[in-house]
Design a protein around this ligand. Structure first.
Ligand SMILES: [Zn+2]
Length: 366
C-alpha cells in the first residue's frame, strides 16, 4: 500500500510532499479526474496529514496524536467535508453560508474563518464540485481568493470543463489519472475477504475492464450486473433491434439500485459502458473482418466470451455501429448533465432502433 493507505497517484503524492517541504502548500486546490479513482479519499488523507500535530517526513500523519485520532474518527473540528445531498441536483447555498435565518453565521464559508480548534490548519473539502451552482460558487469566491491563514480548500470534481471559470481561475489544478489496472486489482483483492466472493481471475478481468475506476470494477463484479450485461449484449447484437425491450431491461437494472441517484447513475454508466464496448468491438469486427479482439483478456488467461459471442452474432453494418457509439456516448454525457434517467434510457433505446422503412408511395391516379 502506498502513501497513507492510498494505492496509486504517486505523482500527486510527490507534488504535495515537495510543496510541503518548500512551505508552499497552496490555499485552494481543484482535484480533477474520473469518478471512482480515490480523489475524495486522497483529499481526506491529505487533510489528515496537514492537520497532524506531529507529522512524519513525506507528509505522513503520525496516526497517534489527538488530531489524527479525531481525523480517523471523522470528527475533526478543523476538517470540513461537504458534498451534494443525494436528493439535490446541486450543492445548496446554505451549505456554504447557512440558511436564511443564519446567513453567514453557519456554513462552510463561515466555519473556515474560525481559528483552528486543534492545530494550526483548517482544511475544507468540497466533494461533488461538478455540481456547484453559480450562486454557491459566488459565495465561495472570496474564500477561495483569500483563504484565511493556514486554511486549505480542496474542491473535488471529475472534469475541468464542468467547473465554473471563476473557480478554475482561483484554484491550483491537480489532475488525477485513472488507476493502473494492477492497482485496481490490488485494492479489490484486499477488500475481498468473503470466501464466497469473486475469485482472482474474476477480479483481474474486472480490473482490466474498469477503466482504472474502483467503483466501476466493483459493479462489474456484481453477478446481477453481469447477467444484465449478457442480456444487453444479446439485445444489441440482434437485428432488428428491439428498442422497447432494451429500454425495459435497462430501466429494471437501474431501478434495482434503489432510490438514490448516485448508484442509479453508476449502474447506467456500467450498462452504457458495456454498450460502448460492444459497438467498438462490432466496428473492429467489421473493419478487420475477423473475430473481435477480446477486451477482457489479461495475460491471455481471461477472455470476454460474452462480447465475442455478441459480436459474432452482430447483423448490423459499420454505420450502425458508429451510430450506436455516438448515441451511447451522448447518453453517457446526459448522465453527467443530470438528465432524468428513465427519459434518457427511453430516448437512447428508441434512437438505436432503426427507423421503419418509408410507406410505399401510392400511385397517383390521373
Ligand atoms: Zn498526528
Amino acid at each position: 500500500m502506498g502513501w497513507q493507505g492510498i494505492d496509486g497517484h504517486d505523482d500527486v503524492v510527490g507534488r504535495f510532499v515537495a510543496a510541503e517541504a518548500r512551505g508552499r502548500i497552496a490555499g485552494t486546490y481543484l482535484f480533477i479526474g474520473p469518478e471512482g479513482i480515490g480523489k475524495g479519499s486522497f483529499a481526506k488523507a491529505l487533510a489528515k496529514s496537514l492537520v497532524c500535530l506531529d507529522p512524519r517526513p513525506g507528509l505522513v500523519a503520525c496516526g497517534a496524536c489527538v488530531s489524527c485520532l479525531q481525523a480517523a474518527a471523522g470528527s475533526h473540528p478543523d476538517i470540513d467535508v461537504v458534498e451534494k445531498p443525494e436528493d439535490r441536483a446541486t450543492i445548496p447555498l446554505e451549505v456554504f453560508i447557512g440558511d436564511r435565518e443564519n446567513r453567514m453565521r453557519e456554513g462552510l464559508c463561515w466555519r473556515i474563518l474560525l481559528r483552528p480548534a486543534v492545530g494550526k490548519r483548517k482544511v475544507a473539502i468540497i466533494l461533488d464540485a461538478d455540481h456547484l451552482a453559480e450562486e454557491g460558487a459566488n459565495c465561495l469566491l472570496k474564500t477561495l481568493e483569500e483563504p484565511p491563514d493556514g486554511a486549505v480548500m480542496i474542491l473535488v470534481g471529475t472534469a475541468l470543463e464542468r467547473q465554473l471559470p471563476t473557480i478554475r481561475s482561483r484554484s491550483q489544478i491537480i489532475r488525477f489519472a485513472p488507476l493502473d489496472p494492477d492497482v485496481v486489482r490490488r485494492v479489490l483483492t484486499a477488500g475481498a475477504t468473503d470466501r464466497a466472493g469473486p475469485d482472482a481471475a474474476a477480479i483481474a478481468a474486472a480490473a482490466a475492464r474498469s477503466g482504472g475506476s474502483i467503483t466501476r470494477a466493483r459493479l462489474l463484479l456484481d453477478p446481477e450486473i453481469e447477467s444484465v450485461r449478457a442480456r444487453l449484449l444479446e439485445l444489441l447484437s440482434a437485428r432488428p433491434l428491439h428498442g422497447v425491450e432494451l429500454s425495459r431491461e435497462v430501466q429494471a437494472c437501474v431501478e434495482a439500485a434503489g432510490k438514490d441517484a448516485p448508484p442509479r447513475r453508476a449502474r447506467l454508466r456500467i450498462v452504457l459502458g458495456s454498450a460502448i464496448e460492444f459497438f467498438r468491438a462490432a466496428l473492429r469486427h467489421d473493419a478487420v473482418g475477423c473475430e473481435a479482439a477480446p477486451t477482457g483478456r489479461l495475460d491471455g488467461a481471461s477472455t470476454d466470451r460474452l462480447l465475442e459471442q455478441a459480436v459474432a452474432g452482430w447483423g448490423g453494418t459499420a454505420d450502425d455501429a458508429i451510430d450506436g457509439l455516438r448515441l451511447t456516448l451522448d447518453a453517457l454525457d446526459g448522465i453527467e448533465r443530470n438528465a432524468h434517467l428513465p427519459t434518457l434510457v427511453d430516448a437512447w433505446s428508441a434512437r438505436l432502433e432503426p427507423a421503419p422503412p418509408p410507406p410505399p408511395s401510392r400511385p397517383v391516379r390521373i
